[in-house]
Design a protein around this ligand. Structure first.
Ligand code: NAX
Length: 328
């Protein structure tokens, strides 16, 4: 039998945590042949709720679940971790300025980055879900100088999946016929879902749709503001779909992307496509042998360039803001 893989989930007692843990323990994160050990990190007042979730995990009797540990100590929760899902974050509350938000999250992601640096396994892979995800990932990465920078990623897979679904709805083509969707930039309202390289049953998606008004006034804002629309409808933010996207992100990173397709991941830029080096920005990537690679050589038209630049500018501003707070 294989040695279990250790997966740490922060914010484990939250709503994404509740949707995520059962998917991981059932084998959907790493595959049906890989046993997992779950480490749940929560703040002290939420430990009891995390224990309740752990009781339910026990009650599923998942054959692949090798153990559960619950802690409010990052050093313990990240000890030997192979996959770290950083979900818990400080949400923006009424009247909170961006600087306050970044500072509050710095107080979470800096110590967690340090704990990953000091205690995680050598092969650790990190996905930041908690918002502002890209900049929280930047903060954690900066606190982990001994971990290769490319192991710190942030989640734009939910945006990617939302874009697939919207394009499917517009064209009537099943999602399974759509390939090569791309989200560029920040996981925020400035993100740019790009269909100019996407294909529907092998044909270029933008040409197939051929509707510039829909693209600019419907598709892009619908994808970018979907999170707000979910809150409006559900009275709570996306949870199961966010957990699903986190599973997709790690699954594909570890197990690889299908031939001829790619996915979107926010990763430290190597300067590709004019995105300043080091910013954690979303790119089209292929994954193989546990590593991702930015898809190169895509032609970026003026329409796309303007939108990518705007989102990247926002990321650069966030980096400046956390620099001035001494967080990176
Ligand atoms: P919840 O408020 O339900 O849960 C968050 C949990 O994190 C709470 O149980 C809290 O006690 C815990 N927590 C807070 N500080 C912590 C710390 N220092 N260490 C460990 N745990 C801590 O939020 P939920 O709906 O689960 O969302 C979690 C995060 O995901 C939020 O920041 C949210 O904005 C973000 N999202 C990101 C998405 C993305 O696509 N990147 C989409 C969904 C979601 O909005």
């Amino acid at each position: 039998t294989r040695t279990p893989v250790t997966v740490t989930v922060t914010g484990a007692a939250g709503q994404i945590g509740y949707a995520l843990l059962f998917r991981i323990a059932s084998g959907q994160l790493l595959g049906p042949d890989v046993p997992v050990r779950l480490n749940l990190l929560e703040i002290t007042p939420a430990l009891k709720a995390a224990e309740g979730t752990a009781m339910e995990l026990d009650d599923c009797a998942f054959p692949l679940l090798a153990g559960i540990d619950i802690s409010d100590d990052p050093a313990r929760a990240f000890d030997g971790t192979n996959v770290a899902l950083l979900v818990g974050a400080r949400p923006r509350t009424k009247g909170m300025e961006r600087g306050d938000l970044l500072e509050a999250n710095g107080g979470i992601f800096k110590p967690q980055g340090k704990a990953i640096n000091d205690h995680a396994a050598d092969d650790v892979r990190v996905l930041v879900v908690g918002n502002p995800a890209n900049t929280n990932a930047l903060i954690a990465r900066s606190a982990a100088p001994d971990v290769p920078a490319e192991r710190f990623t942030a989640m734009t897979r939910l945006d990617h999946n939302r874009a697939l679904s919207q394009l499917s709805r517009k064209t009537g083509a099943p999602v399974s016929d759509i390939r090569r969707m791309t989200i560029w930039g920040n996981h925020s309202a400035t993100q740019y879902p790009d269909i100019f390289h996407a294909e529907i049953a092998g044909k270029n998606a933008a040409e197939t749709v051929s509707d510039d008004t829909w693209l600019a006034e419907d598709f892009i804002p619908t994808v970018a503001k979907r999170g707000a629309a979910i809150i409006e409808a559900r009275g709570a933010s996306s949870a199961a779909s966010a957990a699903n996207a986190a599973v997709d992100h790690i699954h594909d990173w570890v197990r690889g992307t299908p031939d001829g397709d790619w996915v979107s991941m926010a990763i430290p830029s190597d300067g590709s496509y004019g995105v300043p080096e080091g910013l954690i920005s979303s790119f089209p990537v292929t994954c193989a042998d546990g590593a991702y690679r930015i898809v190169q050589g895509l032609e970026i038209n003026d329409f796309s360039r303007t939108r990518i630049d705007a989102s990247v500018r926002e990321l650069a501003e966030e980096r400046e803001a956390v620099r001035s707070l001494g967080l990176v």
